[in-house]
Design a protein around this ligand. Structure first.
Ligand code: HEM
Length: 495
């Protein structure tokens, strides 16, 4: 009897301890003892986590705190002021570390996106510097991007022959992987390459089977070992999908090991292998083959779906707004004459640029960015944020800020131009690539790719909805990023 009473007392004491929050913790819902707010997460908004977290902000304020389970603090940050403070607080520039995420990279913490500390800093700096040297985001990569645009335009011409509708489902992914792979592995794939189709399926399936908030639930490693598929499905993190991608990348690295030369750096893999050899002869190093595989997986996952989603949504918005499409085309004709747009034309294509900015604002491809983590105890908007808290920045709430944008639901490119239309208005209320230490590493390449693809397609073709059919939906496909649902359109060449 005494033992039972003691166990009950210990349990009650544990429950009480678990439900005590640190003083000055951000306001938020309590949830249940031990489970915290986990059982209610998907009820907030069954489809879109960013809308669910916004509902909490409407109730509790811009910085909301709750617990996932007994001990994992989760901080949801909404609205421009709080988000800006969070992104520029280096104490919040960590990334959550859990077993499910580490599965992506052989059970270790590797790569750029889900890493932090000195290893992340070293890998991020190296990747950015050398991708830049290889032409990333510079005019020297324009030829590479142009090659993919030409290929895509041939595909569109082929599909649209005799006014057949063109199917845009997955249309851009191949071009984007090819641009990345040319920089990373020095090759491009053909549209009908079956290996590539498989890789694209993996990336798509991983991103769109995932759930942003549930992925952060701290599930012990043992669960993942004992019940791998149930745990992965519960978390919405299908890292098991990565094995073929890892194998593919490893094979390409081995090919590079055999045929590379120290005198010529053909691509990122060559540069990385050279650094690996140099560092390993110096002793302890974060540069090794599995790390390289992790970095490449991250570039694929972070780079392809985001840019493809941006292109798909931009076209969708222009199908919904033919008058804006025509205005862009008029500007493209005036500035570029008979040729296709180039990066050099960009500063003269202000209306086009404004329309592309507006499509990015409304598409919200990464509404919650990537989850951040508090590296040490810190403060946000006056609240105490304990070390190890998971922190999400809800970029959607900045892009839909009623006070700033006035009519945020409307697709209105003019809002990004001065009243005389002669200058672009740059504002940090537009944060598709986030900001601060963790801002998107691929921003220069993504911006150039987005601009060159959209402006070239609009210069060469007119895009119209299929007559007598409802307009294709603007409702996004959920996942780690928001994707466009496949759609069809009538595409006619402009002469
Ligand atoms: C329109 C396209 C893109 C959008 C909207 C986008 C957006 C973002 C956002 C919001 C983040 C998270 C920032 C944060 O956590 O605060 C991010 C991170 C990242 N992005 Fe992008 N991205 C795009 C394209 C690319 C491309 C093309 C690449 C690679 C070539 C790339 C590589 C990365 C990497 C590696 C990170 C993680 C950075 C880190 O954790 O240090 N992204 N991106």
């Amino acid at each position: 009897m005494i033992t039972e009473i003691l166990i009950a007392v210990v349990l009650v004491a544990l429950l009480i301890k678990a439900s005590i929050r640190p003083s000055n913790f951000p306001p938020g819902p309590r949830g249940l003892p031990l489970a915290g707010y986990i059982p209610f997460l998907s009820k907030l908004d069954p489809e879109y986590p960013h809308l669910g977290l916004k509902k909490l902000a409407d109730q509790y304020g811009p910085v909301t705190g709750f617990y996932l389970g007994p001990s994992q603090p989760f901080i949801s940050v909404c609205g421009y002021e709080a988000i800006k403070e969070a992104l520029y607080n280096d104490d919040l520039a960590g990334r959550p570390n859990n077993a499910a995420r580490r599965e992506r990279t052989f059970g270790q913490r590797l790569g750029v996106v889900h890493n932090d500390g000195p290893e992340w800093q070293e890998q991020r700096r190296f990747t950015l510097r050398h991708l830049k040297d290889l032409g990333f985001g510079k005019t020297s990569s324009e030829g590479l991007i142009r090659e993919e645009i030409d290929d895509l335009m041939d595909e569109i011409r082929l599909q649209s022959w005799r006014n057949q509708p063109v199917d845009f489902k997955g249309m851009f992914n191949l071009s984007l992987i090819n641009i990345l792979w040319a920089l990373i592995g020095g090759q491009r794939f053909k549209r009908d390459d079956v290996r590539l189709a498989r890789l694209l399926d993996i990336v798509d399936c991983f991103i769109h089977s995932a759930n942003f908030t549930r992925a952060n639930i701290p599930v012990p490693t043992i669960f993942l070992r004992l019940f791998p598929s149930t745990t992965r499905n519960f978390l919405g993190l299908r890292n098991d999908l990565f094995t073929p991608l890892q194998d593919f990348i490893r094979d390409r690295i081995q090919e590079h090991v055999t045929d590379r030369s120290d005198d010529e750096q053909r691509d990122f893999i060559d540069v990385y292998l050279q650094e690996m050899t140099k560092r390993q002869s110096e002793g302890d190093s974060s540069f090794h083959e599995n790390q390289l595989i992790g970095v490449i997986i991250d570039l694929f996952i972070a780079g392809a779906e985001t840019t493809s989603g941006s292109l798909g949504f931009a076209l969708l918005y222009l199908l919904h707004h033919p008058e804006i499409q025509q205005k862009i085309q008029k500007e493209l004709d005036q500035v570029c004459g008979d040729s296709l747009p180039q990066l050099a034309h960009r500063s003269s294509l202000l209306y086009t640029e404004a329309a592309l900015m507006e499509a990015q604002r409304l598409a919200n491809i990464t509404p919650l960015a990537v989850a951040h983590k508090a590296l040490r105890d810190t403060h946000l908007q006056g609240y105490f944020i304990p070390k190890e808290s998971i922190v999400t920045v809800n970029l959607f709430t900045v892009h839909h800020d009623n006070e700033f944008w006035k009519d945020p639901e409307m697709f209105r490119p003019e809002r990004h131009l001065t009243p005389d239309g002669r200058k672009l208005i740059k504002t940090d209320h537009l944060l598709p690539f986030s900001a601060g230490k963790r801002a998107c590493l691929g921003e220069p390449l993504a911006r150039n790719t987005y601009f060159l693809f959209m402006s070239s397609l609009l210069k060469a073709f007119e895009f119209r909805p299929i007559p007598d059919r409802p307009l294709p939906t603007l409702k996004p496909k959920n996942g780690l990023t928001l994707g466009y649902d496949g759609f069809e359109a009538i595409v006619t060449p402009r002469t």
